[in-house]
Design a protein around this ligand. Structure first.
Ligand code: FBP
Length: 559
C-alpha cells in the first residue's frame, strides 16, 4: 500500500454520481441538436476566423433503448492553466466512458499542459494509473502549463504528434484562455481536414467561465469552500483577540466571483467587489475613504478589529489603475524584447516606463510604492496579462489606510488603534480534495466529453447543467466554443478570446451582499463554515455554493 492519508484511502473509494442520461452508459446515448448559435459579440470577425466551427447548434444527451457499438479510438487529454479541484476526476470520467465504449480504446495524457502535445510528451493511462488519482485534488496526474496554442508551427507539431499516436480527438481541460486555445486548435484541425476533434472542459476556480449553458466552471465549489473555511477561522481569531484588522486578498484573476462567494459564506466586515469599483468609477482614494470610514466607525464602538475581503483582480478595475495597466501591457510587449530595458536596473526600468507611458498613466505609475511598481513589471503570463496574483494589493491598501488614519489622528478625528495583518488565499484552495459536488461534476464533465467525441462533434465545450438539482437530474450536452467568443486586445493586438463572465451587479448574488454589507460592517455577523465535509448528512456534504443557488433560484423564478 502506498503512503496515503486516511482521507485519501477513503476518497479513492468514492463513486461519483452521473446524470441519469449518462448513467445508463455510453452505449445508450442519443444526441439532440438545439438551435444554431452566434458568438456573444463581434459576430462577423469571429465567423471569419472560425469558418469551419462557427455557429453550430448546442446539443443535449438522452437515453435510447438501442445499443451503440464503437470503433476503436485513441484520445489525448491536456490539463491547461491553473489547478482546480476535480481535474483528476474529469480524466477518470473520460477514461471510464472511453473504455466502456470499447475496451481497446486508448487515452493518452499530454504532460505539462499544452506544451505536451506540441513536444510529444505523453503517458498512456491504464486502470492502475487512473485508480490512484480518483477523487483527489491537484493536476499532478500529468501536470499543467500555460503555453498558448496559437501559431501555425505549434498546430503542425500537434497534428504530427496526434498522427503518430493515431489520436482522433483531444480534450482540453481549461479556463477561458485554455478553451480559446481549444477553439483555435479545433478550427485549425477542421480547416486542414485532419479528422481530429477537439473538446473543451470548463475549468477554473475563478468561476468566470460561465453562461446559460455552463452554470459554473469546476473547482469553484471546492476552492471557495476552502477559502470560506480559512476566512471563518480568521474571523474567530479576530473576534477572540480583538486586536487585528485582517486584510485578505482572495484569488480570482479578474472577476470577483470567488471573493463574493467567500464573503457570502462568512459575512466579513468589508468586501470589495472589483466590478462595482469599476462601475462606480471608484478611484483608489475613494476606496481608501470607504474602508477607512468603516474602520473609524468600528473603532468608535471599541472595535479595533475586523475582516476585509479583497478580490485579487481589484487593481485592474480601479479606473486610473486599469488604464495605466492596459497602457503598461502594450508597452511591455515591446520592452520585454528590448535588450537595453532588460539590462536596466530597477530604478532605471521605472524611469523608462514613466517616460514611455502616456502622461496621465505615468503620473499614476509614479505615485505607487516601489514594491507595487516592481510587481506590476513582473513577466506577463503567456496571454499577455499582468500576473495580478503577484501584486500585493492588500498591502497597498493597508499602507494607504495607515497614512489616512495618521492624518485623521493628527486632526483629532480618530483615536483608535489600527494594527493590520495581510493574507493572500489562492494556492491553498486550488488543489484541495474536490468536494462531493466537484467530484461528481468533474466526473460527469469528463464522461460527457467522450459522449461529445462519440457523436463526432468538434469545437464544443462539455456542458452539464441543472446543477442545484440532484446529480441524477443534471442535463448533459455540449455548447460550441465559438458561442462564447468576442474580440479583445492582447499583446497589443485584437484577438478572438472567450469572454469572461464578470460579477453582474444586477444579479442575485451581488444583491445579497449589497443588502447586508452595512449590517455586517458594524454588527459582527460572522459565519464559520468549517472544513469541507465528505461524509455525513447531504445537507452538509452535498450543498453547492451560494452563488449557484442564488443564480439558479432566480432563473427558476424567471426573475
Ligand atoms: P485559470 O484561469 O487558468 O484556471 O487560473 C486561475 C488562477 O488560479 C487565477 O485565479 C490566478 O490569478 C492565476 O491562476 C495564478 O496563476 P499561476 O498559477 O500561474 O500563479
Amino acid at each position: 500500500m502506498k503512503n496515503l492519508s486516511p482521507l485519501q484511502i477513503e476518497r479513492l473509494k468514492y463513486q461519483p454520481k452521473l446524470p441519469s442520461s449518462l448513467a445508463e452508459g455510453i452505449t445508450r446515448l442519443v444526441c439532440k441538436e438545439g438551435s444554431d448559435t452566434e458568438s456573444v459579440a463581434n459576430q462577423n470577425e469571429i465567423k471569419q476566423l472560425f469558418k469551419n466551427t462557427y455557429g453550430k447548434p448546442t446539443v443535449t444527451f438522452s437515453t435510447s433503448s438501442d445499443l451503440q457499438t464503437f470503433e476503436q479510438k485513441n484520445v489525448g487529454v491536456i490539463l491547461s492553466g491553473g489547478q482546480a479541484p476535480g481535474g483528476h476526476n474529469v480524466i477518470a470520467g473520460l477514461y471510464d466512458a472511453l473504455k466502456q465504449a470499447n475496451p481497446d480504446n486508448k487515452l493518452y495524457g499530454f504532460l505539462g499542459g499544452p506544451a505536451g502535445i506540441i513536444e510529444g510528451e505523453y503517458v498512456e493511462f491504464n486502470d492502475e494509473y487512473i485508480n490512484d488519482y480518483r477523487n483527489t485534488g491537484g493536476f499532478d496526474i500529468i501536470g499543467s502549463g500555460r503555453t498558448k496554442l496559437e501559431t501555425e508551427e505549434q498546430f503542425k507539431k500537434s497534428l504530427a504528434v496526434c498522427q503518430k499516436l493515431n489520436i482522433s480527438a483531444v480534450v482540453i481541460i481549461g479556463g477561458d484562455d485554455s478553451n480559446t486555445n481549444a477553439a483555435l486548435l479545433a478550427e485549425w484541425f477542421a480547416a486542414n481536414n485532419s479528422g481530429i476533434q477537439v473538446i473543451g472542459c470548463p475549468k477554473t476556480i475563478d468561476g468566470d467561465l460561465k453562461n446559460e449553458q455552463i452554470e459554473i466552471s469546476f473547482g469553484f465549489d471546492t476552492a471557495t469552500k476552502t477559502y470560506g473555511e480559512l476566512i471563518g477561522n480568521i474571523q474567530r481569531d479576530a473576534n477572540s483577540a480583538k486586536k487585528y484588522w485582517h486584510f485578505i486578498k482572495i484569488m480570482g484573476r479578474s472577476a470577483s466571483h470567488v471573493a463574493l462567494e467567500a464573503a457570502l459564506q462568512t459575512q466579513p466586515n468589508i468586501t470589495l467587489i472589483s466590478e462595482e469599483v469599476e462601475a462606480k468609477k471608484m478611484s483608489l482614494a475613494s476606496i481608501i475613504d470607504y474602508m477607512t470610514d468603516i474602520i473609524v466607525k468600528r473603532s468608535e464602538n471599541k472595535k479595533n478589529f475586523g475582516i476585509a475581503v479583497i478580490p485579487e483582480g481589484l487593481i485592474e478595475f480601479i479606473p486610473e489603475m486599469g488604464a495605466m495597466i492596459a497602457n503598461l501591457n502594450d508597452i511591455m510587449s515591446t520592452l520585454e524584447k528590448d535588450g537595453n530595458y532588460s539590462a536596466a536596473s530597477q530604478s532605471e526600468k521605472f524611469s523608462i516606463i514613466e517616460n514611455t507611458l502616456s502622461s496621465d498613466n505615468s503620473k499614476v505609475f509614479s505615485s505607487l510604492p516601489a514594491l507595487i511598481k516592481s510587481q506590476l513589471l513582473m513577466d506577463r503570463d503567456p496571454h499577455g496579462n499582468v500576473q495580478v496574483s503577484r501584486i500585493e494589493t492588500e498591502k497597498l491598501l493597508i499602507s494607504m489606510i495607515e497614512e489616512k488614519l495618521a492624518l485623521l489622528k493628527s486632526e483629532g478625528k480618530y483615536t483608535g488603534k489600527f494594527s493590520a495583518q495581510s493574507h493572500f488565499f489562492g494556492y491553498e484552495g486550488r488543489c484541495a480534495f474536490p468536494s462531493n459536488f466537484d467530484a461528481d461534476y468533474c466526473y460527469s464533465l469528463g464522461y460527457n466529453a467522450f459522449a461529445l467525441i462519440s457523436f463526432g462533434l468538434t469545437g464544443y465545450l462539455s456542458s452539464v447543467r441543472n446543477l442545484t438539482a440532484p446529480a441524477s437530474e443534471w442535463i448533459a450536452g455540449g455548447v460550441p466554443l465559438t458561442m462564447m467568443m468576442n474580440m479583445e486586445r492582447r499583446h497589443g493586438e485584437m484577438k478572438p478570446v472567450i469572454k469572461k463572465a464578470l460579477v453582474e451587479l444586477n444579479g442575485a448574488v451581488f444583491k445579497q451582499l449589497e443588502a447586508n454589507r452595512q449590517d455586517w460592517a458594524m454588527n459582527d455577523k460572522y459565519l464559520f463554515p468549517g472544513a469541507i465535509q465528505y461524509f455525513g448528512p447531504g445537507s452538509v456534504c452535498d450543498i453547492t455554493t451560494r452563488t449557484l443557488q442564488l443564480e439558479q433560484s432566480k432563473k427558476l423564478l424567471n426573475v
